[in-house]
Design a protein. Structure first.
Length: 100
């Protein structure tokens, strides 16, 4: 259920009310009989329930696992040779014409 914020036009009092979408907007201030208007404000979001991945909320266990994965990746990078193309490289002295 959404929380709506209202502000009084007379006294300036700001208050929040939890209402259904189908509820009529509040027209009178809770402190005085003055008219109120709905104020636009940033919503606070909390995602709960099924369908959210473990990576969405980093737990201490997940952080440790990610650090371990990062270290394993670094070890693999340092153990591979710099030229992994598999081609033989010849120096200029090794070049001979193919007809000889």
């Amino acid at each position: 259920m959404p929380i709506y914020e209202y502000q009084c036009d007379v006294c300036g009092h700001t208050f929040e009310v939890m209402q259904k979408f189908s509820d009529e907007p509040i027209e009178v201030c809770t402190r005085c009989p003055g008219p109120v208007h709905r104020v636009l404000s940033a919503p606070g979001l909390v995602f709960k329930g099924t369908g959210w991945y473990v990576t969405d909320y980093a737990s201490p266990e997940r952080k440790k696992a990610m650090e371990g994965e990062k270290k394993e990746g670094e070890k693999k990078e340092t153990s591979t040779p710099s030229d992994s193309s598999g081609k033989d490289q010849k120096s200029e002295g090794d070049k001979t014409p193919s007809g000889e």
